[in-house]
Write a protein that binds this ligand. Sequence first.
Ligand code: 13P
Length: 254
Amino acid sequence: MRKKIVAANWKMNMTQGEAARFVESFLPDIDEINDVDVVIIPPFTAIAKVSEALGRAHNIKVGAQNMYWEKSGAFTGEISAPLLRDLFVHYVVLGHSERRTLFGETDEMVNRKVRAALEAKLRPIVCVGETLDQRDKGNWEKILTIQLRGSLAGLKPKELQDTVIAYEPVWAIGTGRNATPQQAQEAHAFIRKILREMSDDTTADRVRIQYGGSVKPENARELMSQPDIDGALVGGASLDPRSFAQIVKAARQE
Ligand code: 13P
C-alpha cells in the first residue's frame, strides 16, 4: 500500500511572515493526521521560517522548488542540495513545467538534478506532463515517455522508489480546469507502465505518483481515490491553510 503524499507548492509567493502565519493556522487543523505524508514547499526565502515554525514535533516535511546539480562553487544565484539539507529540506521539486517552459530546463538537466538530489539524500519530486496542443494531437503518451525516460535515466530501483513523480498536465496548471479523474488515472497508469519497463514490478508498484493541476478541496477526494493517484501537488489552493488542510484530509483512505 502506497502512503499518500500531498504537497503545497507555493511557487513565488509567501513572505516569511505570511509563511509563519500559514503554519500557525494549518497545524491545528491537521494535528492528528499521520497516515498522509504532508510536504510544504515554500520559496527559498521562507524555507528556514517554515522549518522553524513547524518545529520537530510532527511529520510534516519541508521541500524546495528547484536546485542546481553542483554541490558548491561559482554558480551565482543557484542553490545546491547540501545547502538545502542544511535547512532541513527533505524533498525537492525538479522539472516543474514552469521551469521547463520559462527557464529552458531540459530532461537532461532535470536528470542531472535528480541524480544530485538523490546523492545528497533528498527525495526528488519529478514533474512531467503534456501541453494542451500535445494532448489534442494525441501525443501525450509519447511526451510522457520521453520526459520519464530522460529525467529518470540511470536511476537504480532503490533510487526510483525514493523518487516521487508528479503528473501535471500543463493545460490544467493554474487554469481552474483539472484533468478528470478518469483522464488522470489513465495517465498515471501509463506512467506506472513506463516505470515498470524502466525497472521491475516491485519498484513500479512502490513509486508514488501525485496529480497536479487545479487540485481543490472540491475535486481532491475523487482524484486521489483513483487506484494509481497517490497524492497531489497543489499550487493555488495550497496558499490558504484551510483549503490545503481539506485537501490533506481528502487523501485519507476512509
Ligand atoms: P495549480 O494547483 O495552481 O493549478 O498549480 C499546480 C502546480 O503547478 C503545482 O506544482
